[in-house]
Structures are given as structure tokens and as C-alpha cells.
Design a protein around this ligand. Structure first.
Ligand SMILES: Nc1ncnc2c1ncn2[C@@H]1O[C@H](COP(=O)(O)OP(=O)(O)OP(=O)(O)O)[C@@H](O)[C@H]1O
Length: 376
């Protein structure tokens, strides 16, 4: 995304040239998250962002007497005729920089639908396996500020809650390895300028501009959005602010969990019992998060979809003061029931056809909820 009219004053960010090459003087700060790791696998597609990541990380490492060992890997998804040749070109570039490189081939059947998501999932698995085999403790990815902005828009369009709108994290974990994204605050234009200044070539994946996919469509809208002030910088600032608020709400939920959870004789490992009056006195957002945690922990279907959690929470709030009929609902493989002063969340019994027909028995009906990925 190009940047529009925002200024350092209205975003709180330090104003940097948006398309100036990255200078050596900034490398220590940029790669500070690398320092705790003895060995890092750099994920390089051969596109501009990850080529710049490899180039700059090698430059940073060469300027230090000690630090992380760098290794690099390229996943050949086998989806384009040129992919094998491009992966080899990345390998040759890495070797020139003195960085060992591996090509990881995505084998097996490729789905007809959702190919981008399947390729991403396969890529993370292959990179994590290669990283672990090589003794790496972290994978470095070249997501930029433009990617962060796109992620925020993408999730906004899909109805995400605050956790989703906080965007990608600069430090996350997956498959037992840390995921480092040192360029999350760096405009893509600066990486391209860095490569051009160093005379380095990179490939452009045509699928990045394929308007059959949602992200390229959002990318194509970026100049118009930036013209209205909704540029990458503002969206990235928004993501940071939301992440900050989200962390505070999670911390408040930790406190509420300790205060409201009943650890009495009735408590079993597969049950989460909450003091119902204390739960009802929590602010809605905290109560909702606590309920979502309970369902996620004892349920069998992964993270709960936010809209479904909200529907269940509203039904619970409506039922709580009445207590005329027992409250029992299932969501994401968990059973939520209100008995007297106790709100129980336990693993749901196996579903029967009749469960789906009984009134007040299932808010999620026959829909199978997803098992992975952030749901909010
Ligand atoms: N085929 C691949 N092999 C290794 N790493 C990859 C591959 N594709 C993506 N990555 C890693 O994941 C990051 C994000 O992927 P995404 O598809 O958003 O970027 P991209 O368009 O490939 O970016 P780049 O300009 O680096 O090529 C990349 O910057 C890179 O670090």
C-alpha cells in the first residue's frame, strides 16, 4: 500500500523517509529480536521483501563478531512452471552471502479450492520441520507494514474482533518455533529501494496481483483508500493500538478468571465452573472472553467463532435472571449450563440427531466449527 496524508504528529510514529534504502546504522535495532536465538531460519520466497530480509540479515550478521547462525529456506510449492528455477536462484544468492540454503518441495495432492490457504499451511509446516532439523529456534518472515495493513483490512472485512484486528505479531510462535517479523513497521517501498540500491534482483509472483484472490483485490484498492487517509501507516498504527488494548483486556480476564472460577469439589479437569453472580457482574467484554476461554479449553473444536460466542453469551444473559428453565447450550464441543449459582462449562456429550432439534439445546446447530486459526 502506498502511504497517504498521515503525518508523524497524528500517528505518534517517528517520520522516516518512505522509500529510502535501509541504512546499516539501523540494522541493530531492526534485528534486535534475533539476538536471543542461536540459529534462525530465514524464509525466502525470492520476492522483494524476503530477498531484502536475507540480504539485510546477512549484512547485520557480518557486522557483528558473534550472534545467531543464519540459514535460509525456500518452499517450492510447485504451482508455477518457474518455481523450481526461482528457488534455485534464491539458493545461489544465499550461498553468495555465505548463508546455507535448502529448497523444500510441497509434495502431495493440492486442493482445487482454497489453494492459497493450503499452500500457506504447508509452507509453515515445511519451514518449521526444516528449522527444527537444522537446530533453529526461530523462523524469520519478511511481512512488511503494507502486509500488516492488508491483514487489518482483510480481517475487518471478515468481521474479526479486537484480537484479529490487532494484526500480525512481531514475535509469535508456531509449531514450537518463534516467528520473527522484523519488518512489520517497515514500508515495502524501503525494501525495494534497498534492493535497487544494492543492484539485487528479485522475482514478482504473479499470483500477488491475481484479482481472483481477496488480498490482491484489497491491494488494488490501497491507493484509493490512502487517498481518503486510510493508508498503511494509519492501519498499522491502529493495529498496534488495538493490540495494546487487547493485551490489557486479556490481563483483566486473567484477574477475573482467578476471582470468578470455582475450584471446589465439583471441579473436574474437563470442567470449568464459574460463580454465576460474580460472572454476571463482570464487564461484558471480560465475561465474554472468560466464557470463550472456558469453551476453548474444555471444548473439542478449537477456538470459538466470535459471533457464535456472542450469541451464546446474550442467551445466557437473558436466561440468568429468570432461571425458570434450565440453561444448557453447546458450542464448539463444549456444554455450557447454568445450575443454581454455578455456571458450568464441560466437554459436550457426543451429538445426537435429536440434540439438533431440541429447543434451547444448541446455538451452533449442525455447523462444524473450524479447528484452527484466529477466530476473532
Ligand atoms: N515460497 C516461500 N518460501 C519461503 N518463504 C516464503 C515463501 N513464501 C512466503 N514466504 C515467507 O512468508 C512471508 C510472507 O509471505 P507472503 O506470501 O505474504 O509474501 P511474498 O509475497 O512471498 O513476499 P516476498 O516479497 O518476500 O516474496 C515472506 O516474506 C517470506 O518470508
Amino acid at each position: 500500500m502506498t502511504t497517504g496524508g498521515s503525518t508523524a504528529m497524528d500517528t505518534g510514529a517517528i517520520d522516516l523517509p518512505e522509500n529510502a534504502p535501509i541504512e546499516d546504522g539501523t540494522l541493530d535495532a531492526l534485528f534486535a529480536p534475533f539476538t536471543p536465538h542461536p540459529r534462525i531460519l530465514i524464509a525466502v520466497s525470492g520476492g522483494p521483501d524476503s530477498t531484502a530480509l536475507l540480504h539485510l540479515a546477512a549484512r547485520w550478521r557480518a557486522g557483528r563478531a558473534s550472534g545467531a547462525d543464519l540459514i535460509a529456506a525456500t518452499v517450492d510449492h510447485g504451482l508455477r512452471a518457474e518455481s523450481a528455477r526461482e528457488a534455485e536462484a534464491v539458493g545461489a544468492f544465499a550461498i553468495r552471502l555465505g548463508v546455507p540454503h535448502r529448497i523444500l518441495v510441497w509434495q502431495g495432492a493440492k486442493p482445487a479450492h482454497g489453494i492459497q490457504a493450503a499452500a500457506r499451511e504447508a509452507r509453515y509446516c515445511l519451514l518449521a520441520d526444516a528449522g527444527r532439523q537444522a537446530g533453529a529456534t526461530a523462523i524469520a518472515l519478511a511481512h512488511t507494514r503494507d502486509d500488516q495493513a492488508e491483514t487489518v483490512l482483510f480481517r475487518l472485512a471478515r468481521g474479526s474482533g479486537l484480537s484479529g484486528l490487532s494484526g500480525m505479531r512481531g514475535d509469535a510462535a508456531r509449531h514450537g518455533l518463534a516467528l520473527l517479523r522484523p519488518f512489520l513497521d517497515v514500508p515495502k517501498a524501503r525494501l525495494v529501494a534497498t534492493l535497487e540500491a544494492a543492484g539485487l534482483a528479485f522475482v514478482r509472483d504473479p499470483s500477488n496481483g491475481d484479482l481472483r484472490f481477496a488480498r490482491p483485490r484489497l491491494r488494488a484498492m490501497a491507493p484509493a483508500l490512502a487517498g481518503e487517509g486510510l493508508d498503511a501507516r494509519r492501519l498499522a498504527v491502529l493495529a498496534r493500538r488495538i493490540a495494546r488494548a487487547d493485551q490489557a483486556l486479556e490481563a483483566a480476564t486473567d484477574v477475573a478468571e482467578v476471582a470468578v472460577r470455582r475450584l471446589d469439589a465439583e471441579e473436574r479437569p474437563d470442567t470449568f465452573s464459574l460463580d454465576a453472580p460474580a460472572f454476571a457482574s463482570l464487564p461484558d467484554e471480560i465475561a465474554l472472553r472468560l466464557l470463550g476461554r472456558a469453551i476453548h479449553r474444555v471444548g473439542t473444536e478449537g477456538p470459538v467463532e466470535l459471533a457464535k460466542l456472542e450469541a451464546l453469551f446474550e442467551a445466557l444473559k437473558a436466561a440468568a435472571p429468570v432461571r425458570s428453565a434450565p440453561f444448557r447450550r453447546t458450542l464448539a464441543g463444549a456444554l455450557v449450563s447454568l445450575r443454581g449459582e454455578v455456571l458450568h462449562v464441560s466437554a459436550a456429550p457426543p451429538r445426537r440427531e435429536t440434540d439438533l432439534l431440541a429447543p434451547n439445546s444448541a446455538v451452533d446447530g449442525p455447523v462444524v466449527l473450524g479447528k484452527k486459526g484466529p477466530r476473532s
